[in-house]
Design a protein around this ligand. Sequence first.
Ligand SMILES: Cc1cc2nc3c(=O)[nH]c(=O)nc-3n(C[C@H](O)[C@H](O)[C@H](O)COP(=O)(O)OP(=O)(O)OC[C@H]3O[C@@H](n4cnc5c(N)ncnc54)[C@H](O)[C@@H]3O)c2cc1C
Length: 457
Amino acid sequence: MAHNGIDVAGLAAAVTGHVAVPGDDGYDAECATYNPYTPLRPAVVVGAVSGRDVALAIRFAGEHGLPVGTVTTGHQARGVDGGVLINLRRLNRVSVDLEARTARVGGGALWAEVLAATTPHGLAPVHGSAPGVGATGYLLGGGQSPTLGRRHGYGADTIRSVEIVTADGSARRVTADSDPDLFFAVRGGKGNFGVVTAVEIALFPVARFYGGAVFASGADAPALLHAWRTWAPALPESATTSVAVQRLPPDPALPAPLRGAFVVALRFAYVGDPAEGEALFAPMRAVVPLLVDGVLDRPYAEVGLIHADPPGPLPYVDRTAGLRELPAEAVDALLALIGPGTDCPLAGVELRALGGALDRQPEPPNAVATRGMPFVLFGFGVGGPDALPGLRSHLARVTDAVAPWAHDRKMVNFMSASDENDVRAAYGDEIFERLAKIKQVYDPENLFRANHNIPPG
Ligand SMILES: Cc1cc2nc3c(=O)[nH]c(=O)nc-3n(C[C@H](O)[C@H](O)[C@H](O)COP(=O)(O)OP(=O)(O)OC[C@H]3O[C@@H](n4cnc5c(N)ncnc54)[C@H](O)[C@@H]3O)c2cc1C
């Protein structure tokens, strides 16, 4: 069993899970990504079933001088051509400690699997908008929640310990006390420091929320966005909101007024007394006529309905920008490219309001670099290869249009897998240089470079 002169027979014999090289049965399935525009073509893929498999794969890569990448969903996977890919999807065990209010989450578990284990107990993690996203990938990149972040911080702030296999192939349980530098780095530094086989996170008592999304005609986007701009920053920390201008597909699963429609979606979540949530949201219900009103008191298990992100797979390109402010001129600049009467080809452009606990450094501090950023913008376009140049150039026009108000950092989790990104700028010099020094200690050969890379320095 060999590929490009690399003999993987010994690895295949040692690993309990599945090992495949190009042309083998199962290779394509192990390498599959959510987005076909970010394909993964490694020399060898290991479908790991244990931390031991992960360690064997990393040692094999180290011996052959090959880069290592991971895939759980492939939402943000970076090319690992000719290297070793570790599919983590089978490391999806979730166990909940009710007394400590923590969960131990396998490195390949999805948020849907974590929520299924916690919500029956009236507990929730600081999860993201899409239940289909990998929990560990989200947590390691910061992790901005549509419900709990403004109250409890970034997902990374809730990490108590990580079980990680570093570049030397050794498995460690890393805490604030055991390895302070590595604990700083993994909480925000994403996959640069090793492969995380499990992570222990805090859970919070929450059984219900008041929220969901309302939709209005895209023609009303100017009125709604301008109202949102001043309403959102005044909300208490128990409330979270985002707004998205969307060109929806003609999907029969969508309710009739939304099918194939140009709309603006206003998302809201309030964790607390539903009557208080209703009162906070009332001003926005009155701004423009609503096509669909889906903001109501809900069991926590319905959190995925706030954003109703497409379950995929989806051929898309995306871009993000952080904003340091959102004056009326910035909203107008955006609307001139994505609002009514424009030729905008993008499926969605959204603004999320941040703030609250997201601005506070946890104890001990971590590598999340976007504290103090009040808004994040994310846009994406869906289409075949012929549409790509138009989608990419419109995304660039959108981020250029908000450049006068751009923050100098970017949210790592929203950085495109397909486009080049300035990783140093996303973290800022100080955090980037600290991470590079820690990388020099734990991954001096930059084995983990199939990612938004922080080279050893
Ligand atoms: C529909 C959608 C909604 C989203 N909503 C949010 C949101 O609300 N808030 C937010 O913060 N982000 C959000 N994201 C971004 C998401 O958190 C990132 O894309 C994240 O990287 C996805 O992780 P994954 O494991 O699913 O993807 P993958 O592509 O499988 O992994 C991405 C990268 O993460 C790293 N990684 C993942 N798992 C591990 C591990 N166990 N050990 C080491 N490195 C690892 C690797 O570098 C890997 O290349 C969203 C993404 C999508 C597609």
